[in-house]
Structures are given as C-alpha cells and as structure tokens.
Design a protein around this ligand. Structure first.
Ligand code: GLY
Length: 364
C-alpha cells in the first residue's frame, strides 16, 4: 500500500511517497513525463546496479531505455570530478530545462545528482529514490545538495528541493545490516528530538527490516523532517529550526573528524553523539540518569555503539566541536533534550560540561 505526504514550500512543494514495492508508480510517472516530450535520465551507483538490477530495469529498462549513469559506490564519489561526469552525462543526452533527473541511491548519489540538477542549466527538476535507511529518513528530504572538497564535507552545494521523493522500503532488503543500524541512529534522533511516541515505539521493540510498521516509521520521520524544513527551509532560524536536526551531530561530527571518516559510519558516530547529548542534557538539569539510561538502551538495542569503541583524546575532539560550522560564536552551541521527545538549541554552554559528557562516552 502506498501513502503520501506533501512538503509545503510554495512553488517548491513536493510529494513524498511511501510503501513497500511502490516503484511501479514512479515507472508510470516517468512514462507519462516522456509521453509529454520530456527527457528523463537516471544516476545510480555500481552496488545498486548489481543488487537492485530488477528495480533499475523497472525504472530505466524496456524498449525505450532511459540513459543511465552508473558511478562508483562510496563517499569518494561525492566530489568535483564525478559531478563533472554527471554534468557531461546530462549534456550528452541533451537534457533541457524541462527534463528530469532521477537519483537512485543513498545519500552520496542523492546529494551529488541533486547538486548536478541544481546547477546544470541553472537548475532542472530531480526525483529522489533513496535506497538506504539514512537517505530515506534524512538526506532525500529537505533540498540540501552538494559535494565534498579535500578541505571538508559538504563545502559546496545548493538548496534545490526535489520534484518528488519515492521511498520504497523494499529496497532496504539488500542494505547491509550495519548500514541499516546506522540509519536507525537518525530514526532514534527524530524520536528524541520531537516525538516521544516514536521513541516509546522504539523502546517497546527494535525496528527491523521485518517490522510491519517500517514504512510507517519512515513516514513519521519524514513528516518530522518536513515540518522542520517547512519552517526553516534555508537554515536561517536563530533558534531551533533546522539546527534541531543536528541533535547528537556536534559530538558525532567530532568523532568522524578525529577518526578520519570511515572508522565510524556517520550513523554510528551520531549514535554515540546522541548518548553524549543526553548526558550533556543531564548535566544541564533537563533530564535525569533514568532518561539517559533509556536513551542508551534504545541505541544499544538497535545494534549501535553507546560509547567510543576505542578511547579518543579529548583535545582534538573539543577542537573539532569548536570548528563545527553549527557552533556559533559566543560559546558552544548544542541541541539539548528538554525531555525525551522535546529538544531545543542552546548557546553559551560551558565547554567543561561538553567535555565531561564526552568523557562519559569514552574520551580521555
Ligand atoms: N537533503 C537533506 C536536507 O536538506 O536536509
């Protein structure tokens, strides 16, 4: 069964479609676009071309096959050279302003193809078909697109909302379990930051690929993200807004940076970051030890770390937090838990408290 949800952003509004085995709807949409004389092309990666060959054939195969660009899988693809390949692919296949680019993949393909669509001919429509849990609940919705530079992640990009997002949870069947768990860190984050009922659902039993309510939970996360994006499309809110989505991320980004990206998956670093954020919130007097224990229990139940796997030195971790672009001048700024299910941004936080929270998850 398919359900949908509209992200309301004026003329940039779009629909998210949810369900298991729902991509026949997108195939029909592509056929209708082409029947109306619009060109459609698709970008994906090598893993998906191998593991989801049936889906690729459904969307792009047939007598009048779509042009398809298959890029290497992995974060290394989110760079200028590959962006150039996508631009050339679009130009070679004579896509024009009315054409549509379909991004079939995880966050790397979505962000890269989205930025190619944002910049080619100064912007063409694109459709997101996220294939990882992380992309389904986070990166495919919201319009941030971009690439990495040697100097750092996501340093070049654009806000470019998709034309539609088709979220088919059947695609998760070929996702490695470690990647599914990593995506769960973001799901837990949504419960903690704004949805006590979702958090309680995750406490009752871990969400798995076999859960009957998998698509419903993904939809709930997207509804929370959509509401945040609708209120703060370009991350300009002084308090709250999109910054709330960074719950656990200031700690998490520091872990990723200090370990050189790759040791921890993003979601694994965020999982430790969520526990650290809960501990910081405890130190600020918002929640008690019992709530911190509940956060740890849910994180652990989903196969995620609650502490650093190996001790990391506090100095580089705090330096990375201070550099984090989400930390504004005038003291450290964090997303804190007022309670489980309600969060707020708070500036001017004593660095000693953040360091103490980091120590409690294994920094030395
Ligand atoms: N594309 C992800 C976001 O806008 O947050």
């Amino acid at each position: 069964m398919q359900s949908s949800l509209r992200v309301i952003l004026g003329e940039r509004s779009y629909d998210l479609f949810f369900g298991s085995g729902i991509l026949a709807g997108l195939r029909d949409e592509i056929a209708a676009l082409r029947a109306a004389g619009r060109r459609v092309a698709l970008v994906t990666d090598e893993n998906l071309a191998r593991d989801q060959a049936g889906v690729l054939a459904l969307l792009a195969g047939g007598a009048e096959a779509l042009p398809v660009l298959v890029l290497p899988a992995g974060e290394g693809t989110k760079r200028l050279a590959e962006l150039g390949r996508v631009w050339d692919f679009l130009a070679t296949n004579r896509l024009d302003r009315s054409s549509v680019l379909v991004a079939l993949g995880g966050g790397v393909i979505g962000d890269l193809a989205g930025f190619a669509a944002a910049s080619y001919l100064r912007g063409i429509p694109f459709i997101q078909v996220p294939t990882t849990l992380l992309a389904m609940v986070d990166s495919s919705v919201g319009g941030k697109t971009g690439i990495n530079l040697e100097a750092g992640k996501n340093l070049v990009g654009a806000f470019h909302q998709p034309h539609a997002v088709h979220i088919d949870t059947a695609l998760l069947a070929t996702l490695p379990p470690r990647e599914f768990a990593a995506g769960m860190a973001e799901v837990i984050k949504y419960g903690l930051l704004a949805d006590a009922e979702l958090f309680a659902r995750l406490e009752r039993a871990p969400l798995t690929l076999a859960s009957d309510d998998l698509a419903a939970v993904v939809r709930r996360c997207c509804a929370l993200k959509a509401a945040v994006v609708e209120a703060d499309e370009r991350e300009t809110a002084k308090e709250g807004g999109r910054a709330l989505l960074n719950l656990g991320h200031t700690f998490g980004h520091a872990i990723e940076q200090v370990t050189g990206y790759g040791t921890y998956l993003h979601g694994e670093a965020v999982a430790v970051g969520l526990v650290a954020a809960a501990r910081l919130s405890e130190k600020l007097g918002y929640i008690g030890a019992a709530e911190v224990a509940r956060v740890e229990a849910v994180v652990a139940a989903h196969g995620l770390p609650v502490r650093l796997r190996e001790a990391l030195p506090l100095g580089p971790l705090t330096a990375a937090m201070a550099r984090d672009k989400k930390v504004r001048a005038g003291g450290l700024r964090f997303v804190v838990l007022r309670t489980l299910g309600e969060s707020a941004t708070q500036g001017g936080i004593d660095p000693a408290l953040a360091e103490a929270a980091f120590r409690e998850v294994g920094a030395v």
